[in-house]
Design a protein around this ligand. Structure first.
Ligand code: SF4
Length: 779
């Protein structure tokens, strides 16, 4: 939006005004992005030399500014074309989809007539079949007058909405500019963080912010970003978190900010995963199966309006009267679900729609960063200016690696080829044969390859196309395993297109269920997500990543692809050395070969500390096996001390139960695994936790995969060991130790158990405010 105009893309306008009927996400395999681009190129190459492509067009209707790019114009035939690639039978395309295509080409038709002074034009929808490479051309002739009337009608339908949006934006920005910090004062460190955020938005650069726990990071980042939004013309703020608890903290922060600015019309949306938002998990997303998909677009306008109304601030009260505090609601998962169900529409797809109209969108990292992220696509489509906040950003490296990796298991294909329809057997057999050959050629159990196996990739591509075509021709055929294989193959093929130094291709063999069958897993393993993330950062106004553990900066900058202009801030800790006794037990080695001998001295160290100061402690180990042995040893030596153990695969309730044992009155030691559920994101202030024992450096296991990563990190960054082992390990240690001091009144003790913690290069990676001392061995 710009001044008194409201800019809208042709596609967004038509989706708003011309989409009716059912939501229909039936399995109709659409072409991949590459196929789409190639299809467009092929169609345009078939046209005459003077055929114009990608024609930028725009026009106004009152305050509305409509813009977009038409696919192609044949001047001699006076024909404007909209090219759509597809697979399967064109008859299966839902009517409302076709109507949407016509709406788009009609809008472009009007803009072209106006631009070129034409009094009529042929409009064509060119459907290009990826399989047969044939075109189906639907065309109509329209007069400029009729197209203008159509344009005005569509704009008219959108205008009221746009005017309300403009009024909302104006009121929002005025309130944001006037908004005051919601607390009487900033907490120590909070102002430094808030200023860094605001300055980053001012300069339009990214920010890495290392900020300790306890300074009010969420409010300290959201508040300045909202203030900055009004000043810097930012359309939306995305708050992205690694876990549900992070999303809840963001919702709480919005409540706090809103409490200090009760008239602020701020629309906040929480995005939930489809698996949790879906109310009919036994159904498919189309009108014949799910009642919430039937007529979805007909009921969407009312649902959308109701969802917006719920977020309205209270009307200003008459002068002198006490402000009426109407309950302001954010569209969190439950509220959105209630609105959706009241209007008989799908909550998941309503939330996708509301992302277009909300000021703050709170969700998981993947909504902006993964390979087909919804928020990123919307940002590009609508040309939004966005500020992105990434909470607990030390998780980004591992999460982003997963987003850009894919693996396939041979056992799954073996089963599948026996049950697929006849037409698919041959292409799947070919993949199977190529796979067998790879297994035969590889003598080692694990091997990493410099290039992708060409013949295998060719066979996989052919199989994916065959499945696509089959599914398109048989839309009612449902086979979950085949779909899973298909999507896996597509992702594999897509990642293969961008395969490079940032990824490994490896094959790991194992014995199959039957001795005659070996099994293997093929993996394209992203290890440096930077090439994928960099463009994502570049399409934001500002992205601020914050966490208590973001050092060393170069590691995060290199791995995530932070732009060169990225600013960074190391927020001063509000805690002082006197609050935390940090002791290194250098007389113990927790290396794999010394673990057995380490059990007794570790138990003695823990027992000694417990006897000196009874209370609640957490003890962290590198594996469940080590943890169990240490807990057994301790329980035997100190049977009077309550011991609580983390178990494998604890669900949310079990995790809550484990933490509930840590009360202000309780005493005991919780045994846990470093890097697991209790090593970060756990808040046990005061006497709920008075100390921690960390009996590991948290280094990832030395195995063939990690060794390959080390070699590649060495080749790219010249820091193989540190980038693979030391930095990821020490981040977990500092996170775990960070559970002890949560507030400025907390006091506690941390034991770092291993001689390597005594090394200066390791201690350099610890928080600057720690005063590290040597522990006296317990006799
Ligand atoms: S409720 Fe579930 S099945 Fe129905 S449209 Fe929504 S996501 Fe699809």
């Amino acid at each position: 939006m710009n001044g008194a105009t409201y800019t809208v893309a042709v596609r967004a306008l038509c989706e708003f005004t011309a989409k009716t009927g059912d939501l229909d996400l039936r399995f109709t395999p659409s072409p991949t992005a590459q196929e789409g681009i190639a299809g467009h190129a092929l169609v345009t190459s078939r046209r005459d030399d003077d055929y114009e492509t990608e024609i930028a067009l725009s026009g106004d209707f009152g305050p509305l500014h409509v813009r977009g790019r038409a696919d192609g114009y044949d001047r001699r035939a006076n024909r404007l074309e909209e090219i759509k690639t597809y697979r399967g039978d064109l008859k299966n395309m839902p009517d409302n989809q076709r109507q949407l295509h016509w709406a788009q080409v009609k809008i472009y038709g009007h803009l072209l007539c106006k631009d070129q002074g034409l009094d009529k034009v042929h409009l064509a929808l060119v459907y290009f079949d990826i399989g047969s490479q044939k075109e189906t051309l639907l065309h109509e002739e329209h007069t400029a007058l009729a197209l203008r009337a159509y344009f005005e009608k569509q704009c008219g339908l959108f205008l009221r909405w746009a005017e309300k949006e403009m009024a909302h934006r104006e009121a929002r920005d005025a309130q944001l500019k006037a908004m005051r910090f919601p607390h009487a004062d900033f907490r120590p460190g909070q102002r430094q963080l808030a200023e860094a955020m605001y300055k980053a938005s001012n300069r339009g650069v990214c920010l890495l912010a290392q900020a300790p726990t306890g300074i009010g990071k969420t409010v300290g980042s959201l508040f300045p970003m909202l203030k900055a939004s009004a000043k810097h013309g930012v359309d939306k703020v995305f708050f992205l978190a690694a876990k549900t608890s992070g999303r809840q903290m963001a919702l709480d922060a919005v409540d706090i900010i809103r409490a200090g600015a009760p008239l602020l019309p701020l629309r906040t949306l929480e995005l939930a995963a489809k698996s949790t938002a879906c109310v009919n998990p036994d159904k498919a997303c189309h009108g014949e199966s799910c009642p919430l998909a039937k007529g979805f677009y007909d009921r969407l306008p009312a649902a959308r309006q109701a969802a917006l109304d719920i977020m309205l601030p209270p009307a200003p009260s008459p002068a002198g009267a006490e402000a009426a505090r109407a309950p302001f609601l954010a569209l969190d998962r439950e509220t959105l679900r209630a609105v959706a169900l009241a209007h008989d529409v799908c909550p998941y797809y309503l939330s996708s729609e509301m992302a277009r109209w909300c000021d703050i969108v709170i969700g998981d990292y993947n909504y902006y960063f993964d390979i087909s992220a919804m928020l990123h696509s919307l940002t590009l489509l609508n040309d939004w200016k966005v500020n992105v906040l990434v909470d607990e950003a030390h998780n980004m490296v591992s999460r982003a690696r997963k987003m850009y990796s894919a693996e396939m298991e041979h056992a799954g294909l073996r089963m599948l080829r026996k049950v697929v329809p006849e037409e698919l057997k041959k292409p799947l057999d070919r993949v199977h044969r190529q796979w067998n050959q790879l297994e035969k050629d590889q003598t080692a159990e694990y091997q990493c390859y410099a290039t992708l196996p060409e013949k295998f990739m060719g066979a996989l591509q052919t199989a994916a196309t065959a499945i696509s075509d089959y599914m398109a021709d048989h839309p009612s055929y449902v086979d979950a395993d085949l779909q899973e294989f298909y999507f896996g193959a597509l992702l594999f093929a897509r990642l293969a297109e961008s395969f490079g130094d940032h990824a490994l291709f490896d094959i790991e063999k194992s014995e199959g269920a039957r001795a005659s069958h070996s099994n293997s897993v093929l993996c394209i393993r992203n290890i440096v997500p930077a090439p994928f993330l960099k463009p994502r950062f570049e399409s934001t106004h500002t992205t601020a990543l914050f966490s208590a553990t973001l050092s060393p900066w170069n590691y995060f900058g290199d791995m995530l692809g932070m732009p060169d202009t990225t600013a960074w801030v190391d927020v001063e800790s509000p805690f002082v050395a006197e609050q935390l006794s940090v002791q290194v037990a250098s007389h113990i080695s927790t290396r794999y070969q010394h673990r057995q001998q380490s059990l007794r001295p570790i138990a003695a160290l823990m027992g000694g500390q417990y006897q000196r100061q009874r209370g609640n402690y957490l003890a962290f180990f590198s594996s469940f096996d080590y943890m169990e042995k240490a807990a057994n040893q301790f329980a035997e030596a100190y049977p009077e001390v309550p011991v609580w153990r983390q178990s494998r695969r604890m669900d949310e309730a079990a995790r809550a139960q484990f933490l509930a044992r840590f009360t202000l009155e309780s005493e005991g030691i919780g045994f846990a695994v470093l890097g697991g559920s209790f090593g970060e994101g756990v808040d046990l202030p005061g006497a709920r936790l008075i100390g921690a024992f960390v009996a590991t450096l948290g280094l990832p296991q030395i195995n063939p995969v990690n060794e390959q990563i080390r070699l590649r990190m060495d080749a790219i960054f010249g820091a193989g060991y540190d980038y693979t082992y030391t930095y990821p390990g020490l981040q977990k240690v500092v996170q775990a130790a960070g559970r002890v001091i949560r507030t400025q009144s907390d006091q506690g003790t941390v034991y770092l158990i291993d001689d390597r913690f005594g090394r200066p290069e390791i201690q350099q990676l610890m928080p600057a405010w720690w005063r590290i001392e040597s522990a006296v061995p317990t006799p």
